[in-house]
Design a protein around this ligand. Sequence first.
Ligand SMILES: Nc1ncnc2c1ncn2[C@@H]1O[C@H](COP(=O)(O)OP(=O)(O)OP(=O)(O)O)[C@@H](O)[C@H]1O
Ligand SMILES: [Mg+2]
Length: 279
Amino acid sequence: MAGAERVLDVLDAPTEIRNSRDAETLQNIQGEVAFDHVSFSYGESVPVLKDVSFICKPGEMLALVGPTGVGKTTLTQLISRFYEPTSGRILLDGHDIRDVTVESLRRCISPVLQDTFLFNGTIAENIGYAVPDASMEEIEAAAKAANIHEDIQMMPDGYQTQVGERGLRLSGGQTQRIAIARAILRKSPVIILDEATASVDVETEQQIQKAIASVTGSRTIIAIAHRLSTIRNADQILVIENGSITEHGTHEELIALGGSYARMNRIQNNTDQDTGKPV
Ligand SMILES: Nc1ncnc2c1ncn2[C@@H]1O[C@H](COP(=O)(O)OP(=O)(O)OP(=O)(O)O)[C@@H](O)[C@H]1O
Ligand SMILES: [Mg+2]
């Protein structure tokens, strides 16, 4: 529990972001995320995001793709209000996120980050830290849904196996599935997935995909993917280049468009130029 508290301290660390005076507490959020002409820059430097607009309906999966450094992670951090847009608005179920308490906003969002970290403690504690009264049954159910239960059972002490700096070291894919289990257990309406790297092996990728599939439809998922196969079934795909949305549509639509997405897809899959199907 001490470990869990330290994690929460880090997550809740005060930033320059403050609640506005009449901030309301979000309740019964369905998970609609909207960007309304959002621009953003770190400090005085050149803008990272320029006039980004989209609406992601509750339960939809929205995917962000684009070259490294274009602002994908930054975009997702704006949703949790780690930074404020320079202009434009971000809305959750129609509430401007500046008008709600930061605590209630972040309760609605579960991040599965590029480098999720496990604190020193057991696997069960690592899955359940945000839900202190979670039962073992609930923790196991979340682990099953996140497709990590079988891995845990193979570990020396199962759910009581110590992980973290001095404990068992997990693979990147296992860590990511632990983070997905956390997100499932928290029941937050919005899950943000920042895929670790394009270099995960095919088996790991399939396991993560299965974990994601178990939550699609019930939560809003905003996913940053390097491997396009992860997001083929996304309801919307945004291609971000130079801080702006340059393409927006489904996998099929963007393949038909024949632009950057189609090109990335071709490079990754060695696919047929006309049909987008693997050759
Ligand atoms: N805290 C920060 N302060 C200043 N600049 C930053 C900060 N974080 C990111 N940047 C810059 O903002 C730009 C966008 O970074 P971001 O991490 O959002 O890119 P990304 O699309 O997620 O890249 P990747 O695919 O490599 O994860 C980059 O030029 C980066 O150097
Ligand atoms: Mg990133």
